[in-house]
Design a protein around this ligand. Structure first.
Ligand code: ADP
Ligand code: 5GP
Length: 222
């Protein structure tokens, strides 16, 4: 079967400390790219609020999750805060077969695993708020969580960011939403063009400024 003329699929992994704006960015990206799909993970945690089966997650029992692990059904999986989460190989393979951009909202170690499993197709992007103070402000602004919960999230955020800054390919600082969105779109366009053996010079220039090695991360240095 020829895939000539069609954009190649791309596995776009977005990881971020909670409150960085990843959900907002992922939904905007999806709205602007009709061929983008969210990867729906399997999880053993219970649905929260308005979450729906098959839309937000595939909610499964621990026994079913372990069965899927034994079958090799996961491209990657992890234990996060006492619950298991995993990306199904079938989801990844279907997105690649259809030439879609698949968006992954998974943690940094999951992103690292996915990139190892699909080295040619996966791109890892760490989304950061401009500073830790701004992250704390957004967490307070978004929820009714107690100071203690927010302090715990901030500590977890520092660890997640440190890990991502050591291994991810790109860093997008979400200060101005539209600028961050444009950067994500450029990364996707550049990486897709590269995989198709083409060059998208404008996208490549923007993406190059988001490479982890050149991003200005003074606000995150300890
Ligand atoms: P995450 O999915 O990373 O936890 P959300 O997308 O839920 O984060 O965003 C956290 C909060 O920050 C939300 O209230 C959102 O509206 C706000 N937010 C997102 N991006 C920006 C931005 N660039 N500037 C200011 N506030 C933002
Ligand atoms: P939540 O329970 O708040 O939806 O997600 C908790 C954490 O699990 C988030 O950091 C989210 O990115 C991560 N996560 C969700 N799905 C997966 C997955 O399939 N694999 C991995 N490794 N992490 C996931």
């Amino acid at each position: 079967m020829s895939s000539e003329g069609r954009a190649p699929g791309l596995l776009l992994v977005l990881s971020a400390p909670s409150g960085a704006g990843k959900t907002t960015l992922a939904h905007r990206l999806r709205a602007e790219h009709p061929d983008a799909v969210f990867s729906v993970s399997a999880t053993t945690r219970a649905p929260r609020g308005a979450e729906r089966e098959g839309v937000d997650y595939h909610f499964v029992s621990r026994a079913r999750f372990d069965e899927l692990v034994a079958q090799g059904a996961f491209a990657e999986w992890a234990d996060v805060h006492g619950h298991r989460y995993g990306t199904l190989r079938a989801t990844v393979d279907e997105a690649l077969r259809a030439g879609r951009i698949a968006l992954f909202d998974i943690d940094v170690q999951g992103g690292e695993q996915l990139r190892r499993a699909y080295p040619r197709d996966a791109v890892t992007v760490l989304v950061l708020p401009p500073t830790l103070d701004e992250l704390a402000r957004r967490l307070r602004g978004r929820s009714t969580d107690s100071d203690e919960v927010i302090a715990r999230r901030l500590a977890a955020a520092r660890a997640e960011v440190a890990r991502g800054l050591a291994s991810y390919e790109y860093v997008v600082v979400n200060e101005e939403l539209e600028v961050a969105l444009a950067a994500l779109q450029a990364i996707a366009a550049h990486e897709r063009a590269r995989r198709a053996g083409r060059t998208d010079a404008a996208a490549a220039a923007i993406a190059a400024r988001c490479l982890r090695a050149v991003a200005d991360l003074r606000a995150w240095a300890p």
